[in-house]
Design a protein around this ligand. Structure first.
Ligand SMILES: [Mg+2]
Length: 226
């Protein structure tokens, strides 16, 4: 059987409670563009792509769609510049079992990628601050697509193009949110749901993920050992 490919969401999956800095970077960038304070308050951020969060924040503040579109490239750039300035050390925010699990995949030569709603510099910086940067070969980030399913598709194509996995490799997406389950389903890949994020076991089980785990330590070992 071909070696599997693993794709990981970041927030709630690799990292838990990474702090308000990401949200603050988006607020900073949106406020700069609008010339007044713009907040993420009332915006559901979990499982969302950063550009959608920005769009919702601004639209909630009464900014017209057309203007949001004009401002978006500048906001994306300034949020990514701002986040590394305020991001703390995240090494103690890695979810239970993730660090040894990623090390095990690396030892076995199994390719790992990111599929995240974070903007790319924010996502890579989080991985750097968590001491996990070396675990990932590639990633698909918020500014690269409109939906998480598109991002997963991009990551899969990238892995195949770079021959990081065989064409018939089983592919697993690990995520903490319903939106990760949707993205996996739309791409016909397996979903490993973990309850290390804001969604509960009951909420996730309603969508029948292939695996539903308290954390990655409960993943049956034959998945990577076969
Ligand atoms: Mg997540």
């Amino acid at each position: 059987m071909a070696q599997p490919l693993f794709l990981f969401d970041i927030d709630g999956t690799l990292l838990s409670r990474a702090g308000p800095h990401h949200r603050l970077a988006l607020e900073h960038a949106a406020s700069l563009a609008a010339g007044r304070h713009i907040t993420t308050e009332g915006v559901p951020v979990a499982g969302m792509l950063d550009r959608d969060i920005v769009r919702l924040m601004l639209s909630q503040a009464g900014v017209a769609d057309k203007r949001i579109g004009q401002w978006m490239p500048g906001i994306v750039a300034s949020a990514q510049r701002h986040y590394p300035r305020i991001c703390p050390d995240l090494r103690h925010r890695v979810c239970p079992g993730m660090r040894p699990f990623l090390a095990r995949l690396k030892r076995r030569g199994i390719a790992c990628g990111l599929v995240t709603g974070n903007l790319s510099r924010i996502g890579w910086h989080k991985m750097h601050q968590a001491g996990l940067r070396h675990c990932f070969h590639f990633g698909a980030f918020a500014e690269m697509g409109r939906t998480r399913a598109e991002l997963a598709q991009l990551a899969i194509s990238q892995a195949r193009r770079q021959r990081l996995c065989a064409p018939d490799a089983p592919i697993y997406l690990v995520g903490d949110h319903l939106n990760d389950i949707r993205a996996a389903r739309e791409n016909g890949i397996a979903i490993i749901s973990v309850t290390t994020g804001p969604m509960t076991r009951e909420e996730l089980s309603a969508f029948a993920p292939d695996f539903l785990l308290d954390d990655i330590r409960s993943l049956p070992s034959e998945i990577i050992d076969s």
